[in-house]
Design a protein around this ligand. Structure first.
Ligand code: GCB
Length: 616
């Protein structure tokens, strides 16, 4: 009997683990076109490094106990009822912080802080007639979030760069309510990413916080994209959620293409089908076209703007709408160097993608985690192709099942949010991971999950190059994962982490795959404004020379179909310790933290002008 109970407990535990880990299943998409009330703006916050608002002195989680200690459980936001009552916190007397935004760049004393901060906001809720269900939606919060409404727990989310939502129907009161969010950005070996990265661990409610109102049964998510390898067939998949989700009529209308689709939902609330579309105007890089799309159900309409294009690999070519492209790219971190801190706004996205356009890019690598939705929405508008990645970076715990569940959930949250964006063509499942059987097994599972979730887009991973044994200058690409991806990608720092720019041209690549190749990183550091001879490291001249030699050398790789040098702009990293040069910044940017272009910027720009001509 004891074993059955134990088994039952284990099941329960893993079921709870699943609830936490699989938040992607609840994700509401196309948030910007829904009925939302913003909770952005001023919030109160309490720094709680020992998490005493969360754990009691026996380290029991307070919100899992039947009796809640009003004096210490911060999420209750309790106020003393009489002058003798002990309450050991007070949100009203605490400092303010702006949401969205990381805490590190807003508060000097929190610059290096890693741990728990409690966010608190009071707001007035007035129900909207006809929209009886409410959800709290978070664009992202780094890294772990526990959300409480009026003292009641709504849920927990893990992962710092993907959206999530929790239902609040029945718990919101007409009039005043309060929401408390515990955000913890402590790093951990088992987390995704793990303790070791090369970027700043910005903590907090880093993206929008919104209250979303929807009908009782509503369109939760959908997929409206060209079928694989077919430029004349639009595949449609719409998911309803709610008590009446079965047997409902859903319409998808694309007025400018004169197309209408009508379908009836199955026992899971899903409508599946396709429409022939003979005279579509396609979305192309540099020449984007977006159609207005209206999804209707039971008198409610949800709007989106969707581009249609095919994406495929044929031999060594990457084909967009059947035409070979060269991906003139740049890697980008989600950071606004001018302001310092995480990028979060549409304005930030305009600055970053504006710089990429100036450089002559038709493509960007959004490293090393999913960026905010503004970025991909703007890429759709501007006609810039996108590589989108999950933070499976360096040395994740490959043998830990929880780590896998977490990585997979982040992957599925990314795909769920962005699967209708024409700009996104490649899902990347990892960056620079050390080859081992456990790691290869982990990544293979990630690849099959990606293909199941999105059968159309390409899959890749930023892997590594190696020196061919017995040779000093032959670089080989040898990784069992390359057999499973559509595009061979690797990072290479010849002339920086190995050798000098003078030696770059001595190298040759031997790539034994008949697939397109993208170099996902290359580059070197320079302090903008620091000048000297080209062989003096950290000067703009050194970086310029490194770029000149690198583009010459890689241009000899016959399968080369794209490159995303590292990186658009200098970004903060705690690993970068050299005084007067780095001062906590990775200096591989082509643009400085003050927005000034370094000399190497123009080398790459020139290379891209040549590539644009070659590919017409
Ligand atoms: C890499 C990593 C990237 C680092 C970069 C560097 O290979 O993928 O995250 O920032 O090198 O600057 O060393």
């Amino acid at each position: 009997k004891a074993t059955t109970i134990l088994a039952g407990l284990c099941l329960l535990q893993s079921a709870m683990g699943l609830i936490y880990a699989q938040t992607w299943q609840n994700l509401i998409t196309n948030i910007e076109n829904r009925q939302v009330t913003t909770l952005n703006g001023m919030w109160k916050y309490i720094v709680d490094p020992y998490e005493s608002g969360y754990y009691d002195y026996r380290r029991q989680v307070r919100d899992q106990q039947s009796w809640q200690n009003t004096a210490e459980a911060l999420y209750l936001a309790h106020k003393p009822a009489h002058k003798g009552e002990r309450v050991e916190y007070d949100f009203d007397k605490s400092d303010n912080i702006i949401v969205p935004g990381d805490w590190n760049s807003q508060k000097e004393k929190l610059f290096y802080y890693e741990g728990t901060i409690w966010y608190y906001k009071k707001f007035v809720f007035t129900p909207t007639p006809g929209l009886p269900r409410q959800f709290f939606y978070f664009g992202a919060a780094n890294y772990e979030s526990d959300v409480y409404l009026n003292g009641k727990k709504l849920g927990k989310h893990i992962g710092g760069f993907t959206p999530f939502n929790f239902e609040a129907t029945g718990l919101l009161k007409e009039g005043e309510n309060f929401i408390v969010v515990k955000v913890d950005n402590a790093r951990g070996l088992e987390k995704v990413p793990t303790v070791n990265t090369d970027w700043w661990n910005y903590g907090g409610l880093t993206r929008d916080v919104l209250l979303v109102e929807v009908p009782e049964t509503y369109i939760k998510d959908y997929y409206i994209q060209l079928a694989k390898g077919n430029s004349e067939l639009i595949e449609i998949h719409v998911e309803l959620d709610g008590p009446a989700k079965v047997g409902q009529v859903v319409t998808v209308n694309i007025p400018d293409a004169k197309l209408t689709f009508t379908g009836v939902s199955d026992e899971n609330g899903v409508v599946r089908g396709s429409i022939k579309a003979r005279k579509l105007q396609y979305w192309n890089p540099g020449k984007p076209f977006l159609y207005d799309v209206n999804l209707s159900y039971n008198g409610h309409t949800l709007k989106d703007r969707i581009g249609f294009r095919t994406i495929a690999v044929k031999g060594r070519d990457i084909l967009v709408n059947g035409k070979p492209v060269f991906l003139r790219g740049i890697s980008i971190h989600e950071e606004n160097p001018l302001r310092g801190g995480r990028a979060y706004s549409a304005e930030d996205a305009r600055i970053l993608l504006g710089w990429a356009k100036e450089l002559g890019c038709n493509y960007v690598r959004l490293a090393h985690y999913p960026h905010n939705e503004n970025m991909v929405r703007l890429a759709d508008e501007l006609g810039i192709l996108v590589w989108s990645e999950v933070p499976v970076y360096w040395t994740i715990q490959w043998e830990n099942q929880e780590t896998y569940n977490n990585a997979e959930n982040q992957l599925l949250e990314m795909i769920t949010r962005d699967k209708n964006r024409a700009s996104v063509i490649i899902w990347s499942i990892a960056n620079e991971t050390p080859v081992s059987p456990a790691r290869t097994g982990f990544l293979k599972r990630m690849i099959s999950t990606t293909r199941e979730a999105d059968p159309v887009r390409l899959v890749s991973a930023a892997l590594e190059r190696h020196e061919k044994p017995g040779s000093r200058n032959v670089q080989i690409i040898e990784d069992p994962i390359q057999d499973y991806v559509d595009v061979i990608s690797f990072n290479q720092y010849l002339g920086w982490y190995s050798g000098t720019p003078a030696q770059i041209m001595d190298n040759e690549y031997e790539i034994n795959y008949d697939k397109p190749v993208i170099i996902s990183e290359l580059g070197g550091g320079a302090l903008q404004g620091f000048h000297g001879e080209r062989d003096e490291i950290w000067t703009e001249e050194y970086q310029e020379w490194l770029y000149e030699e690198t583009v010459r050398m890689i241009d000899r790789i016959p399968q080369l179909r794209g490159v995303t040098p590292w990186i658009l702009a200098d970004f903060r990293s705690p690993r970068r310790l050299l005084p007067d040069i780095q001062d906590g910044w990775n200096r591989k940017g082509l643009i400085s933290q003050t927005g000034n272009k370094k000399k190497a910027f123009y080398v790459l720009k020139k290379y891209y002008e040549q590539k644009a001509k070659e590919y017409g």
